[in-house]
Design a protein around this ligand. Structure first.
Ligand code: G6P
Length: 587
């Protein structure tokens, strides 16, 4: 999991590489490095930490180079483990995981070779160097044959000036031509504005040497069709907001509106309608925030369509030998459409006979390519690692899918309201959570509680808080608190209760009182004024009126906002939390 770039052309490589890496930082920012081929050979500069550490190398002279921004898998995020890795004139950057790295490394050590890093990637340079007989492309292919796992590679060689060889297996790689410049990148944002881009296929190779030549797995040259990419991959800016996360929250209403329009269009298409008519079981697959969107949708689906459904953590699903009954509809939810676990789970569901709908925010993503149907979210590009507007958009898409299912199954269903104006109002009302941060800033733990759909929102609120503020927190079913988690509550422990389902409100209030009686500072996110004023409640965000089953699309907003304020107050970077990455393309 990392971002890789490459450049060979007439201009200076270093600025192109560094600027490209900035745009790929969403894939990881533990360390960064570039290799530039100058008059006196290939020079490598690496730094632990973010890409900005490479600014010192912007002036490096040379017309070809490769670069890397890392999300550490094997080996600590140190300068020593940063890419590019070099061995005997072979220099490379790698995205992916080499599963047999240990065995391969043992073989190299037995031959007397030495290693300078703890990464799985360094061994690839050793393998290619061992195969090198004057032709880099052939050496890369021979080296790749020994690898198990996933890789996207950009490789240079001291002896073959100006050349970059690319290879990929289960990790994305794009090659592009822009005038006389040839470029490589893990993803499109690094190539923003470039004219002619090609997605390297599974097992294919590319040679950049004045022009681009593509090869299949046996190195026979192949022609490739230019890939049409969505113009919305433009590089985003903060638009005057202090952080991308804040800006992206402000975009929630527009994201919901656009997704609703898109869903109405997509779901009226007849082939999907026929599949929905036959559907008897639903499995929603996702990771992180996307999984939480799946949980909310499951609650809604079951209540409204009375169709059995489950939300599955994709990384568990792929290894649990899942039962996929006939007429199962698998719904893979993913902002990026590139999450390795979600892709693998979706593949498995398909293999076992499910029809696959992809709900993604990325039109050119791998998930979209493998799906039978695509239900796009139109959240626009999301840069902050913590998903916000994409979650709200996923909910809108999934609620509309549920509505289409209900219709196809002949179930009564009241038309879905457009909640984008209510989201606008909720954003305004959520500003007050800035006053809550005193209770959170120095707390040892925080709790988010709710029942039914409110519990799903609580889970997402808790995830947001821990991922960007590093404050341990738990999302918990309100009724379960008394069975263990209540023990965490001490004087001043912040507890946020979500309370929007009329049927469950009094029950959740029982848990609120139990927590309050033990010293908790209780905050409420609710649609009911009568609870907001209770003595046990320190403060509340009152949501606009909304059906309790649809309410997570609103109730999550103050929770996202709370996480943002606490993160800033605790001195963290809400856009780039430590140890995480926006798009996790490794297992
Ligand atoms: C990473 C991100 C999370 C995200 C999850 C799933 O872990 O840090 O914010 O929810 O991946 O990403 P996806 O692109 O599949 O929605």
């Amino acid at each position: 999991m990392c971002g890789i770039v490459g450049y060979t052309g007439k201009g200076n490589a270093a600025p192109a590489l560094i600027d490209g890496l900035y745009r790929l930082e969403y894939r990881g920012y533990d360390s960064a490095g570039i290799a530039v081929e100058g008059e006196n050979g290939i020079q490598i500069v690496k730094r632990a930490g973010r890409v900005k550490g490479l600014e010192c190398a912007r002036g490096l002279e040379g017309h070809a180079g490769i670069g890397h921004t890392r999300w550490a898998t094997h080996g600590a995020p140190t300068e020593r483990n940063a890419h590019p890795h070099a061995y005997h004139g072979i220099v490379l950057v790698h995205n992916g995981i080499i599963e047999n790295a240990y065995t391969l490394r043992e073989g190299c050590l037995a031959r007397g070779e030495t290693f300078v890093s703890d990464t799985d990637s360094e061994v690839i340079a050793h393998l290619i160097a061992a195969e090198y007989r004057g032709n880099l492309l052939e050496a890369v292919r021979a080296g790749c044959e020994k690898l198990k796992g996933s890789y996207a590679l950009a490789v240079m060689c001291e002896k073959e000036r100006g050349k970059i060889v690319c290879a990929r297996k289960r990790s994305p790689l794009i090659v592009a031509r822009s005038g006389e410049n040839l470029l490589v990148a893990s993803d499109l944002p690094a190539l923003a504005g470039e004219a002619e881009a090609y997605a390297l296929g599974e097992g294919e190779f590319a040679l950049l040497d004045g022009d681009i030549t593509f090869y299949d797995a046996s190195l026979s040259p192949i022609q490739k069709v230019r890939t049409e990419f969505d113009a919305s991959t433009e590089l985003a800016d903060r638009g005057g907001y202090p952080h991308f996360m804040r800006k992206e929250m402000a975009e929630i209403p527009a994201a919901m509106r656009r997704t609703r329009e898109e869903a109405e269009k997509t779901l009226s298409l007849s082939p999907l309608y026929e599949v929905l008519c036959q559907t008897e079981y639903i499995q929603i697959l996702g990771c992180g925030t996307a999984y939480h969107a799946g949980l909310c949708a499951k609650t809604f689906l079951e209540a409204t369509c009375r169709l059995p459904s489950e939300a599955c953590v994709a990384s568990e699903y792929r290894y649990r030998d899942p039962i996929v009954p006939s007429n199962t509809l698998a719904v893979a939810v993913s902002q990026s459409g590139e999450t390795a676990d979600t892709i693998a789970a979706a593949e498995l569901a398909k293999e076992r006979g499910a029809r696959l709908v992809a709900v993604t925010n990325s039109p050119d993503s791998s998930l979209n390519r493998m799906a039978d149907f695509v239900l796009p979210t139109r959240a626009g590009r999301e840069v902050a690692v913590a998903a916000t507007k994409s979650f709200n958009a996923q909910l809108v898409a999934l609620y509309h899918l549920s509505e289409a299912l209900a219709r196809a199954k002949g179930k009564p269903f009241s038309p879905l309201p457009d909640l984008s104006a209510a989201a606008e109002e909720t954003l305004l009302r959520s500003e007050r959570v800035e006053n809550w941060i005193k209770s959170f800033q120095n707390a040892r733990t925080a709790l988010f509680i709710g029942r039914g759909a409110d519990f799903c929102a609580a889970l997402e609120g808790s995830l947001k808080l821990k991922e960007i503020s590093y404050l341990p927190s738990e999302g918990y079913p309100a009724g379960e608190l008394k069975h263990g988690t209540l023990a965490l509550i001490e004087d001043g422990t912040p507890v946020v209760a979500v309370l929007t389902c009329a049927r469950l409100a009094e029950k959740t209030m029982n848990a609120v009182h139990e927590a309050y009686a033990r010293g908790a500072h209780v905050f409420l996110v609710t649609t009911f004024l009568e609870y907001a004023g209770r003595e046990a409640v320190r403060d509340a965000v009152l949501l606009p009126p909304c059906d309790g089953l649809l309410s997570p699309v609103l109730s999550v907003i103050p929770l996202q906002m709370l996480a943002y304020f606490v993160s800033v107050a605790r001195g963290a970077d809400p856009d780039k939390p430590r140890n995480l990455a926006k798009s996790v393309t490794v297992e």
